[in-house]
Design a protein. Structure first.
Length: 136
């Protein structure tokens, strides 16, 4: 595989990872849980909220990119839901710190990045085919 193709494929893999992480965040946006205590500790039997993730892309020295997945900090926001069985005495629960507008942007970025990198692979393959046709 040429360096052009490997760089484009690394971009496609990073875009795929970005889309998967964003989809997971959206799917779990309502997966709240108990609030931790003042020291950040949860009770042993407490229902924990979903911890959202984020994707950062880093350049590779050999060319291309790599997706690095990390946890969002802070991972939760306190919201009012007194009907939840794990709500505290004030009716507050920990909801995942997921911004749906940002997740939509992440999904669009992943879609466009994947398509652009796929087009690079296609163009490269067409160029190589043309070179073989000329030499034949």
């Amino acid at each position: 595989m040429s360096s052009v193709q490997s760089i484009a494929v690394s971009g496609m893999l990073a875009a795929t990872q970005r889309l998967q992480v964003s989809a997971q965040n959206v799917a779990n946006v309502r997966s709240d849980g108990a609030l931790p205590d003042a020291q950040g500790n949860y009770a042993p039997d407490a229902s924990r909220p979903y911890t959202p993730l984020r994707v950062d892309q880093v350049d590779l020295a050999s060319g291309g990119t790599r997706a690095v997945v990390t946890e969002v900090a802070p991972s939760y926001v306190a919201t009012y839901d007194p009907s939840a069985p794990y709500a505290n005495q004030d009716g507050m629960v920990a909801a995942p710190n997921v911004d749906l507008a940002d997740e939509m942007i992440q999904q669009l970025m992943a879609t466009y990045a994947y398509a652009a990198n796929a087009r690079v692979v296609t163009s490269y393959n067409q160029m190589v085919k043309s070179l073989f046709d000329i030499s034949a």
